[in-house]
Design a protein around this ligand. Structure first.
Ligand code: ADP
Ligand code: MG
Length: 253
């Protein structure tokens, strides 16, 4: 079954066609890659899927339900979330609070309920605390629970963002360059980490990444964008030997 289905997606900014007639069928449990030179439209695809941009054209379905033009909140609540290209940890908050924020988004807790400490709120709050601790333990972040997020090495900050994303209990996770800026060792850890969370949380993943070792190592299917157009789709072996793809990357220098 296809969990995420994108058909004929076009996104235009004024005269610029950032994404043109993009199609994707992402099957349950798969990891697909979205690659292409800088400015080729990858993040724009994510911004449309997550409801940050309204597409100029096209239709998007999550688990059979149409999500075109829904708000980001709604789409997250339906089971799709992302991490951003640039780190968005709350640097001055603790590791614990960074993940708790994800729970609050999912529970849509009302500030009034929080202040009044209604019984319903307390039960939710207790469950959120337990789930946050469990998630941090499962992802080997529990030893850092009280540290400020901004003080963590960058590789752990990226993992923390994944933890926060998981706290919304997604079916589909979009990762925008999770390995960019990491050391070679951290990249290897990130590969293992992504494979582990896919397995442990039964996730379906769409990955944007520049580092070919990461992309080729974990993606089963890959789409390649260049100037907003899809120039190739296929498995890692097919993509690596595709002349149009090689040319697009050579053009980038
Ligand atoms: P990538 O993630 O592949 O590097 P992006 O999706 O960020 O590329 O950008 C694709 C193109 O769309 C770029 O030319 C970029 O400048 C443009 N673009 C992205 N977002 C906007 C926006 N909100 N307004 C205008 N142009 C945008
Ligand atoms: Mg990008």
């Amino acid at each position: 079954m296809s969990l995420l289905n994108i058909s004929n997606l076009t996104m235009q900014f004024g005269g610029l066609v950032a994404v043109s007639d993009f199609n994707l069928e992402l099957k349950q449990g798969k990891i697909a890659g979205l690659i292409g030179p800088n400015g080729s439209g990858k993040t724009t695809v994510f911004n449309v899927i997550t409801g940050f941009y309204k597409p100029t054209q096209g239709n998007l379905f999550l688990d059979g339900k149409e999500i075109t033009n829904l708000t980001p909140d709604r789409i997250t609540a339906m089971g799709l979330t992302r991490i951003f290209q640039n780190s968005r940890v709350f640097r001055d908050l603790s590791v614990f609070d960074n993940v708790m924020i994800g729970h609050h988004i999912r529970m849509r807790s009302s500030p009034v309920a929080a202040v009044l400490r209604t019984p319903g709120y307390s039960a939710h709050e207790k469950r959120a605390i337990d789930q946050t601790m469990l998630l941090l333990e499962q992802l080997d972040l529990a030893v850092h629970v009280n540290e400020k997020a901004g003080a963590l090495p960058y590789g752990l900050q990226r993992k923390l963002e994944v933890a926060r994303a998981l706290s919304t209990e997604p079916k589909v996770l979009l990762l925008d360059e999770p390995a960019t800026g990491l050391s070679s060792e951290e990249k290897d850890e990130m590969i293992d980490f992504i494979l582990k969370v896919r397995q442990d949380y039964g996730l379906t993943i769409l990955l944007i990444e520049h580092h070919m070792r990461v992309v080729m190592g974990i993606c089963e299917e890959i789409s390649v964008l260049n100037y907003g157009k899809t120039i190739a789709t296929g498995n890692p072996v097919e993509i690596q030997s595709n002349q149009a793809v090689i040319d697009a990357y050579l053009g980038e220098g």
